[in-house]
Design a protein around this ligand. Sequence first.
Ligand code: DON
Length: 621
Amino acid sequence: MIPSTPSLRLPMALGSARPLHRLAAHATLGVGLWLTASSAIAADDFQYSRPSIAPETGSGYEEKPGWSTSSFAVAAANPLATDAGYQVLKAGGSAIDAAIAVQMVLTLVEPQSSGIGGGAFLMLAEDGEVFAYDGREQAPGGVDESLFLDGEGKPLDFMTAVESGRSVGVPGTVRMLEMAHDSHGKLPWKALFEPAITLATEGFEISPRLHQSIAATPSLADDEIAGAFYFNADGEALAAGETLKNPALAAVLTRIAEQGSSALHTGQIAEDLVARVRHHPDMPGVLSLEDMAGYAAVERDPLCTPWRQWEVCGFPPPSSGHLTLMQILGMMAARPAIETPVKDGVPTVEWLHPFLEASRLAFADRGRYIGDGDFVDAPGGDWSTLLAEDYLAKRAELIKDQSMGSGAAEPGNPAPLESALASQPEQPEHGTSHISIIDAEGQALAMTTSIEQAFGARIMANGGSDQPGGFLLNNELTDFSFRATDDQGTPIANRVEAGKRPRSSMSPTLVFDRDSGDLVASLGSPGGAAIIHYTAEAIDAMLHWDLDAQQALNLPHAITTGGTVYLEEGRFPDAVVRDLQGLGHEVETRELVSGLQALRVTEEGIFGGADPRREGVVMGD
Ligand code: DON
């Protein structure tokens, strides 16, 4: 059923003069969900009430039921955060309003993964248009390509670089949310901070996952503020179930609530943040007050890619997420149909082999071509050359019955490049969170938000407060290639440059029906480079194999960036391992801790799933 054509607004000129992607004129959420123009509502219409949500019993792999709602839903990585979004939606707030409340609560309750000291990408659909807001961290103006090299020009040890002032990029999440709220918000900005400020002031119960993350990060104790805050007097990680108050964060959030993003980017909070970076005891960074004040979120052209009967919309560079995952899915679609992609809840070798081979090829292109588009030319001047149907069909021909083997995949030639680039070797990437929301009036979003490693750079800032707590600073700059060139001196697209945004794997995704323009799904995940595999698998499973959102997220994972294949530990029968080895794959098993969140529009409304590997839940009415 298609409701009356929603009015299409002119593209908004916010930070980018480029045209925005516009969906088919009949874009809507589908059955029962209508698009109407948003109108502002008063702060008094939102009264946050503190929920009594106890932490889950454990973390690891916990079966989840999947959640059915009729008109709106929010999926986030922590029940307190999901509940804050739910209360905002219930009060008539828009999806972006709810996302702001969720993000602020995540800063408090899932500080290891994301927060106001980090960056994010946000895909948002409203009134038949799709928007892409870039809040990715930015390299300070004072850095150059030697940022992560030692005195002899050799790359620093990865964790040494992470735990330093050098890895901290200018945070962008708050500026990005403010930009999106200016255009798509309904509730006043200030009201959206109420849940986080209340929980930070009154205290929240530490979840098992937060406890485990603190315990697994002993170096966090080296930071003056974080050490005193997340560990007890005996130096032990605070226990799950303990109540933790964060008055320093409550004070910072109160100032951002009242004054907007400039309270973070200028003045006392920025001064404190910059001082923490510049006075890092081991390896200071050069982040400046000018870098903080000068940061701007950017509205980019979303990438919307036809795939089977859907249009899949995702983020352009500086994220490599959409380009790489759609290369994988595009190559799969160019090959003969797979009869049985999944059996007894486990992907079959019939599906795994081409998926892994396509991943090898897609990651070879990513390593060669993708970097911040404000600094790096796209092949042929347009990123979509990497997704052209004929190009992917040719790449798919490289997938044979036997694996091409570790390290064998070479980048293709999608279109001419003005200057030669060298491939970037893969680096470890590990703290990120995903939020999917659909509101009752049809605004939908997918936002992936990060401070990079667990607890980011392991530096806590507190806005100059003398109270306990604060917020964590990102280490997102270690997503740059540590080396600027290959051994022949050819530059790498994702090398460090002043003012550049590091390449990301984050893949917030909105899917639409190609014919009607109806919203079909919102999803995404943390997981470093494996975000790409997790999201691609979930899209294929949910849309093409027609699993429900929860079944799709439960599937065991298999990943490769071109070398060893990693299968999720304990989730695949031995026969699958043997069969893949027989096809020439080097196979190892390990934990693959995705944090997928997905909302799928159904005949009845919305069905949501949350990753059984983390603490996420879905709420809605
Ligand atoms: O932007 C990126 O791709 C990475 N910094 C994301 C890191 C991540 O997902 C860690 N998650 N567990």
